[in-house]
Design a protein around this ligand. Structure first.
Ligand SMILES: [Mg+2]
Length: 394
């Protein structure tokens, strides 16, 4: 009898890193540089029984992040995970948390010395998602069921709107979102003052009264510039602004909020429990934005929902990645009403849409949870093979 038939234990035979990059044309303008490609980077765990678990690790920046992550996963994570056994029986969450904790405690001292707690956490997020995918597949159920499903669909807001380059303006993007049934959209600011002003005014004109506008400055302003932009943000009815200044500097976020009254969203650059406690305590922060492939694993996101609702804050997970990260986020959101809304990228996103057998289903401003076992992502035939090398397009 193999290990997988015995006491619900599975043994991880192999850890693989898979990636593909898709050119973006025209490039997506961000405060910290143009995004010239969308990338999908996956941690794949293969068990003795041949079951494959997939988890996504965030590699949007820098342009060489895929190279770094491959090395971190293959040389750092894989030796600690290969050959490990896992009891996915009664309480998979404890088994998953235990293994991730062991790997993290071995690598954290190195990451501190390296000055790279972020990249390590991003790699661990991929590992944890892959373990949940295995657990769900082992149970034959979606991960939302294992976490305690409470709904089958989740509210989303449109994201990715901003200066475009070739003739597609922000007003047109807002009109398109409205036509598709979205009720809110987030504008990318922090490019330069004239562009930001144009983005805000044209979006508000196109949005009408009912449609909600949100904004993300991508840490592109200093406090002085953020304060200068505040009257226009208010005039345009922006409901909250994400990272108007550095997202991990709560004193500046609080100063911005105290002087403008504008609610702040932060999270995609917060690492570790202390950073989340700080955001939970801050009167400036209205919206917490953990990212399951970057800052906060599935279990930590689920836990954060409870703390956030006690603190009177919303959890609206950050999401700017590929198919597996979206599926993982939706699985947690299907089990925690504390997730009040999920970010949904409306730009062309081949790393999300071109690799899956079944497209993600969205009904206006709601996304439907994937229904398959595990995270619910079935990649197209051959995609995993193609993901073995950079630059291939499935
Ligand atoms: Mg952001």
């Amino acid at each position: 009898m193999g290990l997988e038939d015995d006491n619900q234990r599975v043994r991880i035979r192999e850890v693989r890193f898979r990636s593909a990059e898709f050119p973006v044309d025209p490039p997506i303008l961000m405060a910290h540089g143009a995004l010239t490609r969308r990338a999908l980077a996956l941690v794949e765990l293969v068990t003795d029984g041949g079951v494959s678990g997939l988890g996504e690790t965030w590699v949007n920046y820098p342009a060489w992040a895929v190279t770094e992550r491959r090395a971190t996963v293959e040389q750092g994570v894989a030796p600690l995970v290969t050959g490990q056994t896992l009891d996915l029986g009664a309480d998979p969450s404890a088994a998953i948390a235990g293994l991730v904790r062991r790997v993290a405690s071995r690598l954290a001292p190195l990451a501190r010395q390296w000055g790279a707690p972020g990249p390590l956490q991003q790699a661990l997020c991929g590992l944890e998602q892959a373990l949940w995918d295995l657990a769900g597949k082992h149970a034959g159920r979606p991960v939302a069921d294992l976490l305690g499903r409470c709904r089958d669909r989740v509210g989303v807001y449109a994201s990715g709107l901003g200066p475009h380059g070739r003739g597609v303006d922000v007003a047109e993007q807002v009109r398109s979102c409205r036509a598709e049934g979205f009720t809110a959209a987030k504008l990318r600011l922090g490019v330069d003052r004239a562009t930001d002003q144009r983005t805000l005014r044209s979006a508000r004109d196109a949005a009408g009264d009912e449609f909600e506008l949100l904004a993300d400055a991508n840490q592109g302003w200093d406090l002085e510039e953020a304060l200068r932009m505040a009257p226009l943000l208010r005039e345009c009815g922006v409901a909250w602004v994400e990272e108007p200044v550095a997202g991990d500097r709560v004193a500046d976020l609080e100063e911005f909020h105290r002087r403008t009254g504008i609610p702040v969203a932060t999270g995609e650059n917060r690492y570790g429990p202390e950073a989340w406690d700080e955001a939970l305590r801050s009167p400036a922060v209205a919206v917490l934005q953990p990212d399951v492939s970057k800052t906060t694993g599935l279990a930590a996101l689920a836990r954060l929902c409870g703390a956030a609702s006690e603190a009177g804050k919303w959890v609206q997970p950050h999401l700017y990645g590929g198919a597996v990260a979206l599926a993982a986020t939706l699985q947690v959101a299907g089990a925690r009403t504390g997730v009040t809304r999920v970010e949904f990228d409306v730009r062309a996103n081949p790393a999300r849409d071109d690799v899956v057998q079944e497209p993600f289903r969205r009904d206006g401003a709601q996304a439907l949870l994937p229904t398959g076992p595990g995270l619910g992502v079935a990649l197209k035939d051959g995609v995993l093979g193609l993901l073995g090398s950079h630059g291939d397009r499935p």
